[in-house]
Design a binder for this molecule. Structure first.
Ligand code: PLP
Length: 411
């Protein structure tokens, strides 16, 4: 009798977006003429930059010529892209990386989901709460998270609450943890950590021989001076941190697919007898066995992001979204709502008025002003009483949504 991986049966259903879909469908059925604006999804809407498109076309032409045709590429990514990552994303921050410390991939979802494979099954993981669900779910699938309790928490996962009371700064865990997932700028809260706060985590990881899995998918949205762009800006982080970055939100590659993971050779995990093992070697082994690289065409497109023109174009797109974020933030604040994020990230995290539950506010927003957002509780128990709006919509729909909230929402 063939057996299933029963760990999968421990996963809660993908309740959040299914339930949003169900409620929106019902509302549409009851109100067929309603003009619904969706500020819930975390997907981009602006087309790819012109330099990226040009590079894509050129790469396609190369594939049509036997002199420039490419078959399998290096599993770790092409040199031309790895060199650009090092030179443009890390050198300016004073961070030196070797080429074999950069792994190009087809997305940070896969990388943040797959990375747990190279760690022991008995490790204790810690996540902020609320959290991007991939970190927890991938550990549940592997059998590392334990079982789900009635509060929506897995019993072998350490949850680090982030809320208005602690200004969304997670406290160091009281118990020892091994794998620490941090995401800054944060999805879903849109908040950041200062260098001093981040240093506490790096120091903790060094003292406890833990590893930090640092998701920087929204790094390009940082606007304020002094906010760390990379965890390697913190002294000692190269011993204990793996960093994930993506072209998805930086350059509109959500459908095009390209990302990268930085795994310094100095990051170690230990055997049962305490022997240190370089995680870089293990990740390389994992990738060469299970992954065959990102297509040449797509890596060429990603490389165009680093040209002078490409940089200018992606900055304009990011500014477009960040102007939306400002419109949302200021609009909500003007009617007295308590608002977080949206300054260094495309996400606005608001406290629901009158201590309403996340889902009650969802229904209120949908019914009164026909706007769809994401209930905060869907990202973890500490998200209850919060709500996420995204700045990835068009300017016109963002302005209209905020006008409707200002004039039509009954507070
Ligand atoms: N990490 C975070 C925090 C995200 O919010 C997302 C996408 O929404 C990802 C990673 C996934 O990025 P990618 O498109 O590179 O898979």
């Amino acid at each position: 009798m063939v057996r299933v991986n029963e760990n999968y049966l421990r996963l809660p259903g993908s309740y959040l977006f299914a339930e949003i879909g169900r409620r929106v469908a019902k509302f549409k059925e009851d109100h067929p003429n309603a003009n619904i604006i969706r500020l819930g999804i975390g997907d981009v809407t602006r087309p790819l930059a012109q330099s990226v498109i040009k590079s894509l076309h050129e790469a396609v032409d190369e594939m049509a010529d036997e002199k420039t045709f490419k078959g399998y590429g290096p599993e770790q990514g092409y040199d031309f892209l790895i060199k650009k990552v090092i030179e443009y994303d890390y050198k300016p921050l004073g961070i030196d990386l070797d080429e074999d410390e950069v792994f190009i991939s087809d997305g940070s979802k896969c990388d943040t989901g797959n990375i747990q494979e190279i760690f022991g099954i008995d490790n204790i993981i810690a996540v902020t709460d609320p959290v991007y669900p991939v970190y927890v779910d991938s550990n549940v699938m592997a059998g590392r998270a334990g079982v789900l309790d009635e509060n929506g928490k897995f019993d072998r996962v350490v949850y680090l609450p982030c809320n208005a009371e602690n200004n969304f700064i997670p406290e160091l865990p009281k118990e020892r943890v091994d794998m620490i997932y941090l995401c800054y700028p944060n999805n879903p809260t849109g908040m950041t950590l200062s260098k001093d706060e981040l240093k506490k985590w790096v120091d903790y990881a060094r003292e406890n021989k833990s590893v930090i899995l640092y998701d920087g998918a929204y790094e390009a949205y940082i606007q304020e001076e002094g906010v760390p762009h990379s965890i390697y800006e913190i002294e000692g982080a190269k011993e204990v941190a793996i960093e994930f970055r993506s072209f998805s939100k930086t350059a509109g590659f959500t459908g095009t697919r390209c990302a990268y993971t930085i795994l310094p050779k100095t990051v170690k995990a230990y055997t049962e007898s305490g022997e240190p093992v370089s995680l870089n070697k293990l990740w390389n082994r994992r990738q060469t066995t299970k992954f065959n690289g990102v297509s040449y065409i797509i890596q060429k497109a990603a490389a165009a992001v680093y040209t002078e023109e490409g940089q200018k174009e992606i900055k304009e797109i990011i500014n477009y979204y960040m102007t939306n974020a400002k419109i949302i933030r200021e609009g909500l604040m003007s009617i007295g709502l308590q608002v977080f994020g949206g300054v260094n990230a495309p996400y606005i995290w608001l406290k629901t008025p009158n201590n309403m539950s996340s889902w009650t506010f969802f229904d209120k927003l949908l019914n009164e002003v026909n706007i769809v957002g994401t209930p905060g509780v869907g990202f973890g128990p500490s998200g209850e009483g919060y709500f996420r709006l995204t700045a990835f919509g068009s300017r016109q729909s963002t302005i209209e949504a905020i006008e409707r909230i200002k004039t039509g929402l009954k507070l």
